[in-house]
Design a protein around this ligand. Structure first.
Ligand SMILES: Nc1ncnc2c1ncn2[C@@H]1O[C@H](COP(=O)(O)OP(=O)(O)OP(=O)(O)O)[C@@H](O)[C@H]1O
Length: 334
């Protein structure tokens, strides 16, 4: 069916199948409607006064109506495909022994990925990023909302499911932070580009150890500032529901605040880290050994109490770090 076929539908059928069309009619001032009349006849019958009030000619009203229905259908389709869960179906470890488990991660959850160097943490993140289907060295399969992703989801560039924040961040464009974010916001077709850009900048400055100006070229940002900018960008602008973070501890950002931001946006956050503060902030941690998920540890009550103590220690360390940065002396009391 083409959009234009809608014009032949009786209004009753239209309202039944597209109830939101009522909003459009009420914007037209709810003119009297015969439910058996076709939509085309109804729109053709709008009086010149009504068209004047709408500020559109007859052709534009029809185009606007069809565009409105199309947009609403797209929004609904996006909502229906919202990511509620990601499931990792075990493959095998480096020796080919079966990885006999299935782990489901839910929206709004932060999960740490831990294990010694070379254990296979990055490969697990890469498996999720590529929505592996038994076609990577681990043989794992990834399910989205309990089902294998369709080919379009795997290949789509427009609706990327996964955003990856890697340790090495190199900007190659010579733009200011403000110009860079504006370009991104425009490409995402957001309504209020200036407002969104301001929000990202404020968040990034709050996250970064060292504040920076919107006019700073992105190539002049420090490692920590770049990461802060990208975390704020992913949280505020990216539609990707899954965020993979490969180590964050040396980034010089307020790390827990950064994670809280992503989790609040109902994203699924997976992070390779050995920092106890971050690992215990998650609901669970996946322990990787010899290429396989060896255990899934829930954060225990005792660990949550420990996390509060770590928070206090971290706050003290941050104060000391700031005093060092400001060239001050340290003392036993502050
Ligand atoms: N299940 C597996 N089967 C076969 N090869 C694997 C498996 N898991 C990991 N590998 C391989 O082992 C190597 C090390 O893995 P990876 O880089 O993921 O480790 P890592 O834990 O991220 O290491 P680091 O902490 O040093 O970054 C890679 O070449 C990876 O492809």
């Amino acid at each position: 069916m083409t959009d234009r076929d809608l014009l032949q539908w009786p209004c009753a059928r239209l309202l039944d199948q597209h109830p939101y069309a009522r909003d459009f009619f009420s914007a037209c001032g709810n003119p009297a409607m015969d439910r058996q009349q076709t939509l085309g006849d109804f729109l053709a019958g709008l009086t010149p006064d009504r068209l004047d009030a709408l500020g559109m000619d007859r052709t534009t009203v029809v185009e606007q109506f069809l565009a409105f229905i199309h947009q609403m259908q797209r929004l609904q389709a996006d909502r229906d495909t919202a990511i509620r869960s990601v499931t990792v179906v075990g493959g095998h470890d480096k020796d080919g022994r079966p990885e006999d488990l299935q782990v489901t991660l839910s929206a709004g959850e932060m999960i740490a990925v831990v294990g010694p160097t070379g254990a296979g943490k990055s490969l697990l993140l890469a498996d999720i990023e590529s929505l592996a289907q038994g076609d990577t060295p681990s043989g794992r399969r990834i399910l989205i909302n309990d089902r294998p992703p369709d080919e379009a989801q795997r290949l789509s560039g427009e609706h990327r499911l996964v955003a990856q924040l890697s340790q090495n961040m190199n900007f190659v464009m010579d733009l200011s932070a403000h110009e860079f974010l504006s370009l991104h916001a425009e490409s995402r077709l957001v309504d209020n580009v200036a407002g969104v850009v301001d929000q990202i900048l404020q968040t990034a400055v709050a996250l970064a150890g060292e504040p920076f100006d919107a006019k700073t070229p992105v190539t002049a940002l420090s490692g920590g500032q770049s990461r802060a900018l990208m975390i704020a960008d992913v949280a505020c602008l990216s539609a990707s529901p899954i965020v993979l973070i490969d180590e964050i501890e040396n980034a010089g950002v307020d790390r827990r605040q950064a994670l809280g931001l992503l989790v609040k946006k109902e994203k699924i956050v997976l992070m390779a880290t050995h920092d106890p503060l971050l690992a215990l902030s998650g609901s669970r941690r996946l322990v990787i050994r010899n290429g396989g998920i060896d255990a899934v540890l829930d954060t225990s009550d005792e660990e949550r109490i420990l996390l509060q103590q770590l928070d206090t220690m971290d706050a003290r360390l941050t104060t000391l770090r700031n005093r060092i940065r400001q060239g001050k002396r340290l003392s036993l009391t502050h």
